[in-house]
Design a protein around this ligand. Structure first.
Ligand code: NDP
Length: 347
């Protein structure tokens, strides 16, 4: 049978913006005969994520991430359905996911590399396994829980950067549910600000492209900031940390503003910000969701309940077609998404 796949066509360079031309679409032929343990899957949804920018470099800068190889099929989070199985644990029609799903319309995979999922966990909304009831939701929930020190009744103010993105939009809602008195989002458009406040219940939102972040934070958070969920780094984060209270906590989730630059992770802070962290005893520990996988089953169950009961609202931006993987990835890196960026590959 024929399938289409996306391969890495070229690298953007450590100091470059990725472009759709870094990816190339190809036709391939899949052999119909499966070996023992293999399954044929049809891809339903694929995820595009900021960490993939590191995988476009020959040296990813992270020992837990391998580089994508030139002219080889690209992979990442995916969800699909089993069409044929020679794996005893999986049957035709099962819905499965993997962190290493090839960017292919159909693929032959080892059943043991796939996780079977229950579509009732997401009320049939299968793309949610890549977002709120998947690694994105885990990042938001466990990031807040493990590093945020949110305490009910403590009148804390939380700020989230990258707030209208996949993790940020969930992290702010979790901060509010866990007891923050105020949750302020920082994001890149007025439309995003509106969605945060009107649809997701954030207290306020700041458009960093058109507003003075420091001045607006002073206005909105006159008593200072206690918890900062940092997705972006750079000057936005320095402005937030400057207004943090003694004993506050930075959840160092990501630093997307620095991903097209040849800098180590986490990128160095200015001396002034470093001094603020020290003198005010603010913690800023690196958070890595993959270090907390022993907590994932309970956390995914909780996320599923929160989504099903609409205590957490989900935003998604969906693009259609495997031919648009590169476009969707580059658009997400520049803020084209509200909520989780998903690519729908088949019905
Ligand atoms: P998002 O859905 O948040 O998409 C990325 C967003 O980043 C864009 O929508 C854009 O929104 C914003 N952005 C891009 N460039 C800049 C910039 N220069 N300054 C400010 N904002 C920018 O992606 P995810 O939710 O998947 O990821 C969010 C963060 O979480 C990333 O840093 C990622 O690396 C990190 N992460 C960390 C994990 C961990 O284990 N620690 C696991 C998963 C993700 P806007 O319009 O607002 O600019």
């Amino acid at each position: 049978m024929h399938a289409r796949r996306v391969v890495l066509n070229s690298r953007p360079g450590k100091n470059g913006e990725p472009s759709p031309g870094n990816f190339r679409l190809e036709q391939i032929t899949l052999t119909p005969d499966l070996k023992d343990g293999q399954v044929l899957v049809r891809t339903l949804y694929l995820s595009v994520d900021p960490y993939m920018r590191c995988r476009m470099n020959e040296d990813t800068g992270a020992d837990y991430l391998g580089p994508w190889e030139l002219s080889e099929c690209v992979d990442g989070g995916g969800v699909g359905v089993v069409e044929t199985s020679r794996c005893s644990a999986l049957a035709e029609g099962d819905v499965v996911t993997s962190f290493n799903w090839p960017w292919q319309t159909h693929a032959v995979m080892m059943g043991s590399s796939l996780q079977k999922v229950d579509s009732q966990m997401v009320d049939g909304h299968l793309s949610y396994f890549l977002g709120p009831v998947g690694i994105t939701g885990l990042t938001a929930l466990l990031g807040v829980r493990e590093k945020g020190h949110v305490t009910k009744g403590a009148n804390q103010t939380m700020v989230v950067s990258g707030a209208a993105g996949a993790c940020g939009s969930l992290a702010g809602q979790i901060g509010r549910l866990d007891g923050c008195a105020g949750v302020v989002g920082i994001c890149g458009s007025n439309e995003k600000c509106r969605a945060l406040v009107e649809d997701l219940g954030f207290t306020a939102a700041i458009n960093y492209r058109s507003e003075d972040v420091s001045a607006r934070l002073k206005e909105i958070c006159p008593d200072g900031i206690d918890v900062y969920f940092d997705n972006v780094g750079g000057s936005i984060s320095e402005a937030v940390i400057e207004q943090m209270n003694r004993g506050g906590h930075v959840i160092l989730c990501g630093q997307i503003s620095q991903y097209n630059k040849d800098v180590p992770y986490p990128p160095p802070l200015s001396d002034k910000t470093q001094e603020i962290l020290q003198s005010r005893s603010i913690t800023r520990e690196r958070f890595m969701v993959l270090s907390y996988m022993s907590k994932s089953e309970a956390a995914l169950f909780e996320l599923s309940q929160l989504v099903k009961s609409a205590q957490i609202k989900v935003l998604e931006t969906v693009v259609n077609g495997i031919e648009n993987m590169g476009v969707a990835f580059c658009s997400m890196m520049k803020g084209g998404n509200i909520g989780k960026q998903i690519v729908k590959i088949s019905d």
